[in-house]
Each structure stands twice: as C-alpha cells, then as structure tokens.
Design a protein around this ligand. Sequence first.
Ligand SMILES: Cc1cc2nc3c(=O)[nH]c(=O)nc-3n(C[C@H](O)[C@H](O)[C@H](O)COP(=O)(O)O)c2cc1C
Length: 330
Amino acid sequence: MKNRIVMSAMTRNFSPDHVATEKTVKYYEARAAGGAALILTEGVIVHSTADGYVDVPHIQTPEQAHSWRPVVDAVHRAGAKIFCQLWHCGRISHSDFTGGVPPVSSTHQAAAGMNRQNGKPFGTPRALGAEEMPDIYGMFANSARLALDAGFDGVQVHMGHGYLVDQFFDARVNDRKDRYGGTVENRCRFALELLECVLAAVPKEKVMARISPSRDMGGIYDWPDLEEMIEHLIPTFDGMGLRMLDISCAAADYFATSGRVVRMARPLWPACLIGGASLTQGQAEGEVENGLLDLVTWGRSFIANPDFGARLADGRPVKEFDRAMLAELI
Ligand SMILES: Cc1cc2nc3c(=O)[nH]c(=O)nc-3n(C[C@H](O)[C@H](O)[C@H](O)COP(=O)(O)O)c2cc1C
C-alpha cells in the first residue's frame, strides 16, 4: 500500500439494477487517484433477501460481480487496492426490499423507528432457525468467491452498525434461548461460524471483518458486556487466521467510542488493525505512532474531497462534508 489512508465503506445508492455502473467507476477511480491506498466499497448485498436499501449493489450472481470489474481495474490503474464490503441488513429492512419475504434476524422483534428508505416502520423480522444459518454463511462465502473472481483484492465482512451479524452480538437485540443467544460465547457464535465459512472459501489473508462495539445511536451506545465480548471475540478471530480487523463507530466521535475499543483490542490483536472517523491528521498520526492503528479510515471527507488522500499528505485544506453532497456529487 502506498500509504495508510483508507476510504471507509459508504452506501451511495448508485445501482438501480443492483450492479456497478459508470458512476460507480468514476466515483471510486477519483478517490483512488486522489490518494487513498485502500478503498472499502459501499456495502454490497450478499443475497436478494438480505437487502434493506434503495438502489444498492448486490453480489449474488457472477453477472453482478463482473459489473465491478471496470471499477476494480480503474482503482488498480490508479495505484490503490479495493475490498468489497459484504452486507446483510437483517432486520434493518422491510419486505419491500427483500422480494416480499420478511427480513431475517436473531430475533422476531422489529427494530424501533422508521426506515428512511421507504418511510415505513422497519419490517417485523423472522428469527432465523439454527438449521438455516448455514444458508446465510453460504451467501457470504459465495459473494466472497465472486468478489475475488471479479478482481477485488479482498472482502470486508460487515459485522457492525446494527445489521444482521450485530443483531446476534448485541444482547439488547438478541433474545434467543438457543446456543446463539444468552452468553457471550453464544452471541458470538453466529459471527464466528459465518467467518469460518468465508475463511474457508477464499484465502484467509484476503478477509477483513468490520465490527462496531461502541458507536453513536442517538447517544453513545456500547454493546452490553463490551469488555467480555472483546476478550472473547478478538483472540478467537486471531486464532481462526483472520488478519485484518476494522473497528468502526459509524459516525460518532472516535475517541469516545471506537478509540476506546481499539485500546481494549490492541493488546489482544497482533495483526492489522484499522479504525478512524473524521480524525485530524495529527490524531491519525498519533494513533499510528502509538501502535494503536495500522491503517486509518475516513468516510465523509472522501465524499467531500475526492482527492482527500493527497490533500492530507500535502497538508492542504479540505472541504467540509454536508449531506447535500450525497445528492450532488459523485
Ligand atoms: C453516506 C454514508 C454511507 C455509509 N454507508 C456505510 C456502509 O455501507 N457500510 C459501512 O460499514 N459503513 C457505512 N457508513 C459509515 C462509514 O463507513 C464511516 O464509518 C463513518 O462515516 C464515520 O467515518 P467519517 O467520520 O470519517 O465519515 C456510511 C457513512 C456515510 C456518511
């Protein structure tokens, strides 16, 4: 990698037919040419029943995967690497997005609040039976294989932000009475079995996981039993051969959220650790120099400044992100 600057996964709704488009190519090419060493794509849905958003890409079929080939080639020509983020929304969805079937989750309780994508309450999910879990793991393994066939340098398994895998981790959501709920070990089991399948499907060094044990959700929100979860999960990830871990806080203050988790995880994690969220250059350098992070992620700065990486390296001023840019800019 040419530097330690990573562009975070960000959904952009450029894909009405669930494939990468000309817009997708231009968007990522500009960020790669603009100095990011590694790009994590927007969430890409592993199966049509895993969707929860409008106009987001899928990676269930070879055709969908191959639509990314021009994106990958353009990013590589610009000297950067690119990983495909694999995404299952679980209950953060509605049957409007899953082909008419109820979304699945760890629980049968609907998420609170409204789905901004269709202006309706989140759909009532169906709690997955233990016997159907291998099908979900298979969706991720299939998508991981397809992504590598399409030329991606690796995949990032999205285990954060309240989506399906997080719905198993989080004791406030997971109300199961079987071996996938209750204790710390049980709540980590779905993620670990899923990861095992992905690690068996593609070379281990091409797999990254993203977790978000502490993030802003209308106030700072930590997983219940955060420390015990980290003490179980991180060494288990390591023992399985996972080599890249992204600790995210969605869009919260890093030092109040994932920066704390990074400090808990680092002594337990000998491999590549990735994190960030709108850090200043000095803060990012501090985290790297103190051995906490190996690579630093930025999201919104890359939307506002396609050449954010180069600006950071040269110490040039950067434009502030504002939400209107999501509609205006590619
Ligand atoms: C428009 C937008 C879309 C996002 N979509 C995703 C996503 O698809 N997957 C994901 O893991 N995180 C997503 N995020 C979270 C970002 O990856 C990142 O963690 C967050 O924006 C904090 O970093 P920042 O402060 O540098 O922007 C999204 C953030 C934004 C602003």
